[in-house]
Design a protein around this ligand. Structure first.
Ligand SMILES: Cc1cc2nc3c(=O)[nH]c(=O)nc-3n(C[C@H](O)[C@H](O)[C@H](O)COP(=O)(O)O)c2cc1C
Length: 209
């Protein structure tokens, strides 16, 4: 029995294109992986600790091999809770809108909490850095008002896909499956058209994950 963790990062609920395709993915996943668990993590409804003060200094203490102060021990527990919850999954589904060519700030906040020495990345005895979350696939569903795919002429403006593959690659991920729901704002019907095309890809991907 595997656990699929769906990280939801659009605040638009029933109006969200990324959420609509993610739900279609999950419907197909449930039909084809009947014994698996699907858990939702809505970042807009989650308590994400600020990453400053003792929490931030605790990260530097780990990086410098120094012990945590009592205040840092307490603060680090909040970060470890987020990393432990993330690591409890076997498979990941991340759905997000493009905001200002990049990712929504709630997702960046979550990533800044998640990517920590000793929790999601570490070092080999020879000092080489290594990601600690390995052998797990991540499906990423991107919704964009415009189009950024090959031949669009706007490929270089996509600061979502390269960044997410870099940062999740940093903590060990190598298996990324991507679906681009785009353009959603080009015409009055383009959102529904983009969702319909992406839904077919999502159903196929979910069945074979
Ligand atoms: C704050 C904000 C910034 C946005 N920035 C971009 C952008 O840089 N490029 C783009 O193509 N669309 C942009 N959009 C449009 C969304 O990416 C688009 O509506 C997408 O379908 C939203 O996904 P969702 O429905 O899952 O929330 C932006 C929307 C918002 C609210």
């Amino acid at each position: 029995m595997a656990k699929l963790l769906h990280i939801q990062t659009s605040p638009r609920g029933g109006h969200s294109a990324s959420q609509a395709v993610a739900e279609h993915f999950i419907d197909s996943y449930r039909r084809t992986h009947r014994s698996d668990i699907v858990e939702a993590l809505n970042l807009w409804q989650s308590e994400l600790p600020e990453f400053n003060g003792a929490t931030l200094e605790a990260k530097y203490a780990v990086a410098h091999g120094l012990p945590h102060s009592p205040e840092q021990v307490h603060a680090w527990k909040g970060v470890a809770r987020i990393a432990d919850h993330f690591k409890s999954a076997d498979r990941y589904l991340l759905s997000l809108p493009m905001w200002n060519f990049g990712i929504p700030y709630k997702l960046k906040h979550y990533i800044d909490l998640l990517v920590q020495p000793g929790l999601t990345f570490g070092f080999s005895p020879d000092g080489t850095r290594k990601g600690l979350i390995t052998g797990k696939p991540m499906v990423i569903i991107y919704a964009r008002g415009g189009a950024y795919g090959p031949g669009s002429g706007a490929e270089a403006a996509d600061h979502q896909s390269p960044y997410l593959k870099q940062i999740f690659g940093f903590i060990g991920f190598t298996d990324f499956r991507e679906i681009f729901v785009e353009p959603t704002l080009a015409t009055p019907t383009s959102k529904e058209e983009a969702i319909a095309i992406s839904n077919r890809k999502a159903a196929e991907l979910a069945a074979h994950l």
